[in-house]
Design a protein. Structure first.
Lengths: 562, 276
């Protein structure tokens, strides 16, 4: 073999040659070490030789013990990781059916929702009659609505009523730092549910905040996060389909605060989450029942008017109401009261909505200015607002940043508002400015937030809702930015300067007309304004009944609601 | 051909058994008692380049090392000579440990043969060395069990052959008596708890047939000790501990006298047992 051949051979097999040389070196080195070791052992003095030999059984014993310990740990860990769910088990909460003990009649308010849910309960209880007529059993139930409205509570009540085990997980706990962990956790959850159902005849899986694992699938931008989320949704879909294929009496109840359209469309398809129940904020009667339910759990003054409380707590969820009652009981204990009364509940509401009282001392002049400012709001709201009741007026500074406030709310939840409503809102906002001007012939910076609100309403009336006096109709806000691509040669807006000018004029016209009307009203009711302000200075806070009494004394009545 | 697990087991088991049985068979001692002197000399010469004189007297191996500059002008043992002594101890220990049967004592005498005529003697009970090697006793305890004596002896001057040393066969009881003396001195002079509080003028221990008689002159010079503190009782405790450590039962009592008390105290074996 000449030099050329050798070079080609090395070029072709350099890796093998290197590896062989490396292994050969290691082998020679090992052989040298072993021979040297044996030689040293042979020539070792008898005492040290004895020492070495006598320690061998002990070393062997310890090696075996160590090997057994490590092998056991390794086996247990592997079993746990690959067969027993592994990390997917971490953070998974399991609530047994016995622990869920919420009776159906304890679910108060939401009568319509209960009726709908009861149907589901009946279908779950009596599967055979449904199957007899060829119907398919419900496999998924989606509860959606704002937070604190009793979705989890209702799910637990269903589980109690159907008398099956209840596996509860929170969606946010399913997704983890490891890609694929979400899917693995879902797989593990359904595996456990199947085993439980097999043993106990059925099982309810409750996934709270299901939106965490049910957001629409999207393309991954290359970081792997979306891929993991997509995998979780896919796994959930597969598991839900699997439930339908097999007869296993498992029902999945999902709860979410987000709207239906924000969840993956495939999940919403019939055959997956078959039923959807909207659990919204409680209505007037429901709030009354909820207040009654929570107040019954504590000592309370029977003189409390639950109807007033219900009116005062528009847009409050059952969780909020529970919080108000709890806070009121704490206030009652602090004030050394035997029972929770209306003042405690009122303070609790203020504390929750407006924060704590701010320990600052206002001067007499400041107090008077604030009182007239708030009185202006209150009188306009009371006399002009078509939907709102005035529940409270206060000149006690709060930590949220108010020196005083007037709490007015609609008597009932309103989901759509008319022109009169918005105009009334503007007038109520401007009431403070007018009152200050009338009384002191000057105004303060306290009107900043009021003007902000008044302008917001009038701006929207003119620009978005076609309520301006110029007669321009349409949502001009939508035209303010160009459609489609904003770059290139596309104009930044489709609105002409003339239209903009007209709309801006409308904003001012609305404000001016409201201002004029408010001025006329407060000038006419100056005696009432003085009376209200003085009462406010005297008492610092005026509650619903006290406000009613002032107006009654002055011979004023609330206008009929529109 | 694929080997079945059973076949593998049948092949491996005898190999493993043979391997372990190697540890069970008696190992032939490297050295014999007959050639102990030659072995110690040759090992020390070959491996440590030191040439001591060695004698075997009954169950005691005497080793003599003539060191012209053992003691420095500051009356300290010179570093290089201390290393030489350690090497000889190491070599002698290796020879003695790797023989069967072993002698009982090893006594190494290093003498300053040029200037001061000082004998520096180290005596060890061989089982103590074995225990120390196997880490059954601590370094500190081994130090307490080693007898170290320094004595001026003008006969040592210019004696390179070790003729001036009295090469007797050391008996365990005498070794223990001297160890008790040494432990007592160490306790009253060096123990941090008592350091500086006592003056040890004299301590002697000797056997009167089956009674160990200890005659001490230890006085308290400063500090305050608990009322129940009794010097003779403390010496008795040391004796009790030493006898127990060596499982020595060949005595009836320990008699202790000290200048702090008029009468002597006698501690029987039962009394000593109670002190532990």
């Amino acid at each position: 073999m000449d030099f050329k051949k050798s070079r080609v051979y090395i070029k072709l097999h350099w890796m093998g040659i290197l590896l062989t040389l490396f292994l050969l070196t290691i082998g020679i080195f090992t052989a040298i070490v072993i021979i040297a070791g044996i030689n040293a052992m042979i020539h070792m003095e008898s005492f040290y030789k004895q020492l070495q030999f006598s320690s061998i059984p002990l070393q062997f014993f310890f090696s075996i013990v160590t090997a057994i310990i490590f092998a056991s740990i390794y086996t247990i860990f592997n079993y746990w990781f690959f067969f027993s769910g592994g990390m997917t088990k971490l953070g998974q909460k399991k609530v047994k059916s016995q622990e869920v003990n919420i009776k159906w009649n304890e679910v108060i308010g939401m009568d319509e929702i209960k009726r709908e849910a009861w149907e589901v309960v009946q279908l779950l209880k009596d599967r055979t009659s449904l199957q007899r007529v060829g119907g398919q059993v419900i496999k998924g139930l989606l509860l959606f609505g704002p937070p604190g409205c009793g979705k989890t509570y209702l799910a637990k009540a269903i589980a109690t009523e159907v008398k099956v085990p209840f596996l509860s997980v929170v969606g946010s706990e399913i997704e983890g730092i490891i890609v694929g962990l979400g899917a693995a956790k879902i797989r593990s959850l359904f595996k456990e549910a199947r085993a439980t159902a097999e043993l106990q005849g059925g099982c309810i899986i409750f996934i709270d905040e299901i939106d965490s694992v049910a957001r629409p699938r999207r393309e991954d931008m290359g970081f792997g996060g979306q891929m993991s989320a997509n995998a979780a949704v896919n796994q959930l879909l597969t598991e839900l389909d699997g439930l339908r294929k097999r007869e296993n009496n498992i029902v999945v109840i999902g709860a979410t605060n987000v709207e239906e359209r924000e969840l993956d469309a495939a999940l919403m398809r019939a055959g997956r989450f078959d039923r959807k129940i909207y659990i919204g904020l409680p209505g007037l009667k429901d709030r009354e029942h909820i207040f009654k339910f929570y107040l019954q759990k504590i000592k309370y003054d029977p003189g409390i008017d639950l109807a007033v409380l219900a009116r005062k707590s528009v847009y409050k969820s059952p969780a909020d109401i529970s919080n108000i009652v709890r806070e009121a009981s704490i206030i009652a204990v602090r004030n050394k009261k035997e029972k929770v009364g209306m003042p405690e509940i009122s303070e609790a509401m203020d504390r929750i909505d407006l924060g704590l009282k701010k320990p600052i001392e206002l001067s007499e002049k400041e107090k008077e200015q604030t009182a007239y400012h708030e009185a202006g709001h209150a009188i306009v709201a009371y006399l002009l607002h078509p939907t709102d009741d005035v529940f409270k007026a206060s000149i006690i500074p709060r930590t949220v940043g108010f020196l005083g406030y007037v709490y007015h709310r609609s008597r009932e939840e309103l989901h759509i508002h008319n022109r009169e409503y918005y105009l009334a809102n503007i007038k109520v906002s401007l009431g403070s400015y007018v009152a200050e001007k009338l009384k002191f012939n000057t105004t303060t910076s306290g009107v900043d937030e009021d003007f902000h609100q008044a302008m917001w309403w009038s701006y929207n009336m003119a620009w978005r809702w076609g309520m301006g006096p110029s007669g321009l109709k349409g949502n001009f806000k939508a035209l303010e930015k160009s459609f489609g691509s904003s770059g290139g040669w596309a104009p930044s807006t489709y609105l002409s300067e003339k239209t903009k000018e007209k709309l801006d004029d409308d904003v001012q016209k609305i404000l001016q007309s409201c201002l004029e009307e408010t001025e006329n009203l407060l000038a006419k009711e100056s005696a009432l304004l003085d009376k209200f302000a003085q009462e406010l200075i005297k008492k610092q806070e005026l509650d619903y009944d006290e406000i009613e009494a002032i107006f009654k004394e002055c011979g004023k009545a609330r206008p009929a609601s529109s | 051909m694929r080997k079945s697990p059973a076949c593998l087991f049948l092949t491996l088991t005898p190999c493993l058994l043979a391997f372990f049985l190697c540890g069970c068979q008696p190992i032939k001692p490297t050295y014999t008692k007959e050639d102990i002197t030659a072995s110690v000399i040759s090992l020390c010469k070959k491996e440590y380049q030191v040439e001591p004189k060695v004698w075997l007297r009954g169950e005691t191996v005497w080793i003599y090392l003539s060191l012209p500059n053992l003691i420095t002008k500051e009356l300290q043992v010179e570093k290089t000579t201390a290393e030489k002594i350690n090497k000889v101890i190491m070599g002698a220990s290796r020879v003695i440990l790797s023989m069967n049967p072993r002698p009982q004592f090893i006594a190494i005498v290093a003498s300053d043969t040029q200037e001061y005529g000082i004998d520096y003697t180290i005596i060890n009970w061989i089982p103590d060395i074995v225990k120390y090697q196997l880490q059954f006793i601590s370094r500190d305890e081994f130090f307490h069990r080693t007898l170290i004596k320094t004595k001026q002896n003008f006969y040592a001057l210019y004696d390179d052959e070790g003729e001036h040393i009295e090469k007797t066969d050391i008996a365990l009881k005498d070794f223990l008596a001297e160890q008790i003396m040494q432990r007592t001195q160490l306790m009253f002079l060096l123990e941090p708890e008592y350091k500086g509080d006592f003056k040890v003028k004299k301590i002697q221990a000797g056997w009167k047939e089956t009674t160990l008689s200890i005659n001490a002159d230890i006085t308290q010079v400063k500090g305050s000790l608990p009322k129940q503190f009794n010097i003779r009782r403390e010496i008795a405790k040391i004796a009790a501990y030493t006898f127990k450590a060596y499982d020595f039962k060949d005595f009836l009592a320990v008699e202790i006298t000290n200048t702090d008390g008029e009468k002597e105290s006698v501690f029987t074996r039962i009394d000593l047992k109670r002190l532990l």
